[in-house]
Ligand binder design. Structure first.
Ligand code: TXD
Length: 313
């Protein structure tokens, strides 16, 4: 059986971390692509030279040529500009749409059977753009935001209680903006509803921190988070490659579910060997539903703004 081929489009901070994780987890052969000359080649060589120490023996190639992604099984897209301090994710819309159109056209032509995970911001608009250009079945295009945002929620709840993150389950839904929706009614600690363990005002503060968590890192690092987004995307890639049937909060194309039609929003989905195999609809409290609808309205506006930058068909 041939190894799987994983193409990483964008070899910056997240792209490089993705390659590192793919190698350590032995997910397949790796192609690092970037428009900057030397960057993907340098990262590929550096990582290859770690192989003898860690015992991974996959092929790792760095390239500036799209031909090298030919036949990829999984494409993970981080190409684009990241946020600088003071910028919102939406500020990236025009420049990153242009990049996403180019990336999507190349994936469509060279890796027509790939499962595509988009990470580039503004996430919900970029993954919608990827789907519009590739016209891949909706099962094979997905956006990473919810796994990370939920991990942040879990980490903060675990810190508050002094318990292992392993014991905390949580989901964050909606768009990947500051109006994302940490769903308190589905947050549990070893099966115990979080509201029984943490006072409402502390939970308000934790959820506010979750919503601002990306900005908190940007303010410290002056660049975006990269370890955690990469781990999140790798969990999704593994669910697909290993047919794990994991339920993960991801940006998926909704066609009527949650009352949304025609664009990508973060909801719980089941990922297995056929990609996004199912969208799972959950009941929300009236306040959560209101917050979800507000977040969806924001995504809708962003998608409409993105559409203006799409090439005429
Ligand atoms: O959870 C999430 N979805 C996110 C998303 C969490 C954190 C950061 N998130 C976004 O991911 C961030 O706002 C950016 O839009 C992307 C990638 O973030 P990263 O930190 O990896 O940015 P880098 O280090 O700048 O890497 C981007 C690379 C860089 O090497 C550029 O040269 C390259 O993208 N780039 C391109 N590659 C291919 N093709 C084109 N046209 C191109 N343009 C730039």
């Amino acid at each position: 059986m041939a190894r799987k081929k994983i193409a990483l489009i964008g070899s910056g901070m997240i792209g490089g971390t993705l390659a590192h994780l793919c190698a350590l987890k032995r997910l397949g052969d790796i192609v690092l692509f970037d428009v900057v000359e030397g960057l993907p080649q340098g990262k590929a060589l550096d990582l290859l030279e770690a192989g003898p120490i860690e015992g991974f023996d996959c092929r790792i190639v760095g390239t500036n040529k799209y031909d090298d992604i030919e036949g990829a099984d999984v494409c993970i897209v981080t190409a684009g500009l990241p946020r600088k301090p003071g910028m919102s994710r939406d500020d990236l819309l025009q420049v990153n749409t242009k990049i996403m159109v180019e990336v999507a056209s190349n994936i469509r032509d060279r890796a027509p059977d790939a499962f595509v995970i988009v990470i580039t911001n503004p996430l919900d608009a970029m993954v919608t753009c990827m789907h519009r250009i590739t016209r891949f079945p909706k099962q094979r295009v997905v956006g990473q935001a919810g796994v990370l945002d939920s991990a942040r929620y879990r980490a903060f709840v675990a810190m508050e209680l002094g318990v292992s993150v392993d014991s905390v389950q949580a989901i964050v839904l909606g768009g990947h903006g500051d109006d994302m929706v940490p769903v308190r009614s589905y947050c549990h600690v070893a099966g115990i509803p979080v509201e029984r363990l943490i006072a409402p005002e502390r939970l308000d503060a934790i959820e506010a921190r979750v919503r601002q968590a990306g900005g908190e890192i940007v303010n410290l690092l002056k660049i975006s988070a990269y370890y955690s987004p990469a781990h999140a995307a790798i969990q999704m890639a593994e669910a697909y490659l290993l047919d794990r049937k994991q339920i993960l909060p991801c940006a998926a194309l909704l066609e009527g579910e949650y009352g949304v039609n025609g664009f990508f929003v973060g909801v719980p989905v089941l990922i297995g060997g056929r990609g996004v195999e199912r969208v799972i609809e959950i009941d929300l409290s009236p306040a959560e539903r209101k917050a979800f609808d507000a977040s969806v309205a924001h995504v809708r506006e962003l998608v409409q703004a993105m559409e203006k930058f799409l090439p005429a068909t």
